[in-house]
Write a protein that binds this ligand. Structure first.
Ligand SMILES: [Zn+2]
Length: 327
């Protein structure tokens, strides 16, 4: 069993009305928490590495951790570069064993985005690697990606067909109201429900459906799709943290998106919250402890539970790993 590309995963997800979870990895505990959950529920998986993760943990460490997860779980796992911003970075990941890369030139003018994406696609396809590109700009901060609300804009459905046919990209990330980070919506944008929980404005499904019509059978990707579980925000805040007003995308919206052309949903902030909340709580309850294994173990266990919930209840991809030809 080796790393796989996302090609067959997306074909099956498109037909099956579910989405593959793409989770960001930075260290061993995160890799283990995610992949053990996926194994438990037989889910195909995309593990993604950002430029920041590569700078933090080093390419070789990350790739060997992911390879270890493939050996330990026997799962089909795709290793993806998240938000590659240059040809050189994409090339280095392709040469270094990644099976999928994203070239994000969405902040550039249309023609420049086409040009750079096409160049990466040419190199990637020559090496059996698939490419995700992006049209539209999501607001928010994630590692090196920082787009202000004023600079963000929704994907224009009238541009997608030309973009995909000219670039040859294999999947397309679009902007329909999701955003990076743990502060996706301001409280004043939200309406409280009967339980007093703030509900953000809905995603722009009208744009998604237009895109779907213009690109039949083509896999769409949603970035910035953490739901920012309020239990973990509370855990952070009750144990010395300060994250007031952190709000994410409701899970029912993501479930609806997963039934459509959306084949890949990116989740990172929720894992960060689960890990940080758990470790903060542990430290407050056990100020005398200093063995990293003692606080990383419950953090890994909570990442496992969170990812399992996403795979089963939100993405709908549980039970589908064995259907892949290499699954
Ligand atoms: Zn992203």
């Amino acid at each position: 069993m080796a790393l796989v590309s996302s090609k067959e995963m997306f074909e099956k997800a498109y037909k099956g009305g579910y989405a593959i979870g793409a989770f960001n990895v930075n260290n061993m505990e995160i890799v283990q928490g995610i992949t053990e959950a996926a194994k438990e529920v037989d889910a195909p998986l995309i593990l993604q590495v950002s430029k920041g993760a590569r700078a933090y943990a080093n390419h070789t460490y990350l790739i060997k951790l992911v390879e270890a997860a493939v050996i330990e779980t026997g799962l089909p796992i795709c290793l993806h570069l998240d938000h590659g911003d240059t040809f050189e970075l994409c090339k280095s990941c392709i040469d270094g064993g990644f099976t999928s890369v994203m070239i994000d030139a969405s902040s550039k003018p249309f023609e420049e985005n086409v040009e750079l994406t096409r160049r990466v696609v040419e190199y990637a396809h020559d090496h059996g690697v698939v490419v995700e590109a992006e049209l539209g700009a999501l607001a928010g901060i994630e590692d090196d990606v920082n787009v202000s609300a004023e600079d963000s804009h929704y994907t224009r459905p009238e541009e997608v067909e030309e973009f995909v046919s000219r670039t040859g990209c294999d999947s397309l990330a679009i902007a329909i109201g999701t955003s990076h980070g743990a502060y996706k919506f301001k409280p004043e944008q939200c309406t409280p429900n009967e339980k007093g929980i703030l509900v953000p404005p809905p995603l722009r499904f009208d744009i998604l459906h237009e895109v779907e019509k213009n690109l039949p059978n083509f896999p769409i990707v949603l970035h910035g799709s953490s739901s920012v579980p309020q239990d973990y925000v509370k855990m952070v805040n009750e144990n010395g943290g300060a994250m007031p007003g952190a709000i994410g995308v409701p899970e029912d919206q993501l479930r609806e998106a997963a039934r459509s052309a959306v084949c890949k949903i990116n989740i990172d902030s929720d894992l960060r919250l689960a890990m940080t909340g758990t470790i903060r709580k542990f430290f407050r309850e056990h100020p005398d402890k200093f063995d990293p294994r003692e606080y990383l173990k419950p953090a890994r266990a909570n990442i496992h539970e969170l990812v399992k919930h996403k795979l089963v209840d939100v993405l709908g991809c549980a039970g589908h790993a064995h259907e892949l030809s290499n699954g």
